[in-house]
Ligand binder design. Structure first.
Ligand code: FAD
Length: 457
């Protein structure tokens, strides 16, 4: 065994030093826990970042709140690029900036996954967590409380543990080990769409080639492209496309076909991506799925969080934000509950319904991004939504804002969002412009159907 099991009941072993694992390690170490973290890959600070599920990510208030609690916000934000809204690129070449919030206090931030992970690892180590790289979990014996890890050369190491926390991502090995012990009710729903990352390099003068402070979207019905800025003045473009059908990754199979496809459907983006052919041929095609579990923990022996518990499709930009919120919740439950089994159970009871809600909203957002942002009904409802939000700021908050700029439970945002959508549909039905909308009716329905959000919401 290469680590001593602490007699201290406040000792914990985290599997995975990705985004959630590194943040949880920090939060627990800062609270005086003895924390060991085992990561399958090498140390990215020594070998360079080995890549992950996407090159950059949108960070929102939930994630930032967790980073602030860990003292990591300043380090992370020093590399972040502000995104004020969606810059929609229509098929005819027109563009339109749709603001996400009311002003620059309601924005999201583009951050580089590798830089974020490295900042979090530094902070975790400073807080006192012990990080063990090149140690991939391969098995866990919950009777003997021994976890088995493979090192980079394939050698096996047995390590004792008090409790294991699975922060090892969508393909979690801890989840597999737990499922051998007890059924977790696991279901995976594949979206049937994949993604490919491409790059817009800086212009010849070193500047951003398109508006930097926006999340760019090229909606095209059943498929779309997005682009997020990076602080080195590049953009990471992600093409989301069905796996089968026309067009799909079956018909757009290589760089040359991808260039022809871009020339036809993303004509303004195509010249911005000079290495499209090479990027397309050399980058992997990612798959997208939603993971549902009915059980996230085995008594006090093991618990899952982040993507290991509830991987989701990326269309609300909340997977990491949700995983960070999980970390804060788990640290608090571990501090407050009488024992680990109760802490893990309370954690699941709090977070599972919220994970389900954001998973559903993420699926719905795909339809909205690729198909609705350039649709007239959507734009009329969006215009009325903004008006009602301004008139009833304590009652009518756009669902995107509740998810992105607030920390009210995802499940509450989901339910209120449903009520608001119905209301908008009821009031705009049969209208094509704001001019003819019955404002008195709209106001009355808001007051009747939406109680004030209140401080606790
Ligand atoms: P991961 O980040 O996957 O980390 C898991 C870690 O565990 C890794 O370091 C891995 O090497 C390690 N590991 C794996 N197996 C083992 C093992 N057997 N033993 C030890 N270690 C192991 N979220 C957002 O909030 N905003 C976004 O804009 C956004 N965009 C996205 C875009 C795309 C295309 C995708 C695919 C996802 C996006 N997400 C986004 C979601 C986000 O990437 C995940 O929710 C987030 O990475 C989850 O963090 P995690 O720590 O749970 O898992």
């Amino acid at each position: 065994m290469d680590a001593q099991v602490s007699d201290n009941s406040r000792s914990i072993t985290i599997i995975g030093a990705g985004l959630a694992g590194a943040l949880l390690a920090t939060l627990l170490a800062q609270r005086g826990w003895s924390v060991d973290v085992y990561e399958k890959r090498g140390d990215p600070r020594v070998r360079g970042y080995a890549g992950g599920r996407s090159i950059n990510l949108a960070l929102a208030e939930r994630g930032r709140h967790a980073l602030r609690l860990a003292g990591a916000d300043d380090a992370v934000m020093s590399h972040a690029v502000m995104m004020r809204g969606r810059m929609v690129h229509f098929a005819d070449g027109r563009t339109d900036l749709q603001r996400y919030g009311r002003d620059d206090s309601e924005v999201i931030w583009s951050i580089h996954r590798g830089e974020l992970n490295i900042s979090l690892l530094d902070i975790a180590e400073t807080a006192g967590a012990r990080l063990h790289f090149d140690r991939g979990l391969v098995a866990a014996d919950f009777d003997r409380h021994v976890a088995t890890f493979a090192d980079a050369g394939g050698g096996l190491l047995d390590v004792g543990f008090d409790s294991l926390v699975g922060a090892d991502g969508a393909g979690s090995a801890l989840r597999v080990a737990m499922a051998k012990r007890e059924g977790l009710g696991e279901r995976t729903e594949n979206l049937g769409h994949g993604y490919k990352e491409l790059e817009i390099p800086p212009g010849d003068d070193g500047s951003f080639r398109i508006e930097p402070n926006a999340l760019h979207i090229w909606p095209r019905g059943r498929y779309m492209c997005i682009a997020l800025p990076n602080d080195e003045r590049t953009f990471t473009v992600t093409l989301f496309l069905p796996s089968h059908g026309e067009p799909s990754f079956d018909t757009v199979r290589n760089g040359a076909e991808a260039r022809a496809f871009f020339e036809r459907d993303f004509a303004d983006a195509s010249p911005l991506i000079p290495n499209l052919e090479q990027d397309f041929d050399s980058h992997p095609t990612g798959t997208l799925a939603t993971l549902y579990l009915d059980l996230w923990h085995l008594g006090g022996d093991a618990v899952l969080l982040g993507d290991a518990a509830h991987a989701m499709v990326p269309f609300h930009g909340q997977g990491m934000n949700c995983a960070f919120e999980d970390c804060v919740a788990l640290a608090e439950h571990l501090d407050n509950a009488p024992d680990r089994a109760s802490a893990f159970a309370a954690f699941q009871a709090e977070r599972l319904p919220n994970a389900r809600a954001i998973q559903q909203m993420a699926l719905e957002n795909y339809l909205e991004m690729r198909d609705r942002v350039d649709n007239d009904d959507f734009l009329l409802q969006r215009a009325l939504e903004l008006e009602l939000a301004a008139r009833h700021p304590d009652r009518f908050v756009p669902r995107y804002s509740m998810v992105t700029f607030m920390r009210i439970p995802y499940a509450t945002a989901f339910e209120r969002g449903r009520v608001q959508r119905e209301l908008l549909a009821d009031v705009t039905r049969g209208h094509s412009s704001l001019d003819t909308i019955d404002r008195a009716l709209a106001d009355r329905l808001v007051t009747e159907r939406l109680p004030p959000l209140g401080k606790s919401a």
